[in-house]
Write a protein that binds this ligand. Structure first.
Ligand code: KIV
Ligand code: ZN
Length: 386
């Protein structure tokens, strides 16, 4: 499944880890049914891979992975996370899955304080675990955890070892989000130079707010798969957000993705509702204000031609344009909002209504269309043509 690779191809695979790395975040605990509901939505959205969970970590994860595979396994690749040991791999195989994401850390800090292993021992584990999974007929994606803090020569050795053992894809995680785009670009170029025909993937965390930028840099350097989550949920500051990465790849760089972008907003809201994690108001693409306008100049521009102040259309991502009223409002926006309510005023009446709105807003009052309507009716009740 999707193992041919060419750096010249414009097609980028979307590997969604909302149900694994996303769910790993503190405070997010989804039931099996909720995970299945999200998986169905992700399949509808058009992701290429769903990381359903970590089957060896908990019984619920095992059951959820199995159920997700039953529900959407015929439409999308379903993968399970596994540590680099036989017990974890066996447990993952027991779900019935045919793709596995095997990881073991490679940075000295993880080797010394967490794994208490030598580099040689880690290389042995990589080889044994990848080989074992391949011998069981699985598609294997290998991740050197904390890759971006790993000594470069050792990282390349770890990657080559995984490939020698038969790994189909190599994923490079920026586990604690310490990359910046130029540095990550150089690193992925080096990785791509040793991976030959294998797909290189990137997995970026957002500790410095650079997860999307780093994911894009990874693709520009030759990665052809990105790990992402809906709304960017995930460990600490989260993972690269699917909606941002997808839209940037598509609109800014001309890459091809399978995603039905008009389903992004509804998918974002479903994940927010089931995880209980609100979507930030200013979130790119799916935030409530992503297509919001209040300032008179902006609203006027958008009414004449939305491209004046919107680089993409809200319809393309299933979001909505929201024209707001406040102290920065201008006459054109007010006119449009009132006319949508069937209220037609002349210029002088509009100015009167606008002044009233500005006064209210300056005194801290929220002015919505209903308030504007009331003022307009007061100013001129004769002109209503509903
Ligand atoms: O961030 C990370 O390193 C991970 C690995 C399990 C790939 O999530
Ligand atoms: Zn991660």
């Amino acid at each position: 499944m999707g193992c041919q690779f060419s750096v010249n191809s414009k097609k980028v695979r979307i590997f969604d880890t909302t149900l694994r790395d996303g769910e790993q975040a503190p405070g997010i605990d989804l039931t099996v049914e909720q995970k299945v509901t999200i998986a169905r939505k992700l399949a509808e959205l058009g992701v290429d891979v769903i990381e359903a969970g970590f089957p060896a970590a908990a019984e619920g994860e095992f059951i959820a992975t199995k159920k997700i595979l039953e529900e959407v396994g015929d439409q999308v690749e379903v993968i399970g996370l596994s540590r680099a040991n036989k017990q974890d791999i066996d447990k993952t195989i027991d779900t019935g899955i045919s793709s596995i994401h095997v990881f073991i850390a490679t940075s000295d800090i993880h080797l010394k304080y967490k794994l208490k292993m030598t580099r040689e021992q880690v290389l042995d584990k990589i080889y044994e675990s990848v080989r074992y999974a391949k011998d069981h007929g699985l598609i294997v994606e290998y991740s050197p955890e904390d890759a971006t803090r790993t000594d470069k020569d050792f990282l390349l050795k770890a990657v080559s070892t995984a490939i020698e053992a038969g790994a189909d894809r190599i994923n490079i995680p920026d586990t604690v989000g310490v990359m910046h785009p130029f540095k990550f670009y150089d690193l992925i170029k080096d990785i791509v130079s040793v991976t030959k025909d294998k797909i290189v993937s990137v997995h970026c965390h957002n500790d410095f707010g650079l997860a999307t930028a780093n994911s894009i840099a990874g693709v520009m350097a030759g990665a052809r798969q990105v790990h992402v989550t809906i709304n960017g949920i995930g460990e600490r500051a989260g993972n690269a957000s699917l909606e941002e990465v997808v839209m940037a790849l598509k609109k800014l760089l001309g890459y091809e993705v399978n995603i039905k972008t008009y389903k992004l907003y509804e998918t974002s809201r479903l994940v927010s509702e089931l995880t209980g994690v609100p979507v930030p108001y200013f979130k790119a693409i799916v935030g409530e204000n992503a297509f919001g306008h209040e300032a008179g100049i902006h609203v006027h521009g958008v009414i004449e031609n939305p491209l004046t102040y919107e680089p993409i259309s809200p319809e393309e991502v299933g979001n909505f344009r929201r024209l707001a009223l406040g102290k920065h409002s201008g006459i054109h926006g007010l006119k449009k909002l009132l006319e949508e309510q069937g209220i037609y005023l002349d210029d002088q009446e509009l100015r009167e209504v606008l002044n009233e709105i500005k006064k209210l807003a300056e005194n801290g009052q929220k002015v919505n269309v209903d308030v504007a309507k009331e003022i307009a009716i007061k100013v001129s009740s004769k002109k209503i043509k509903v």
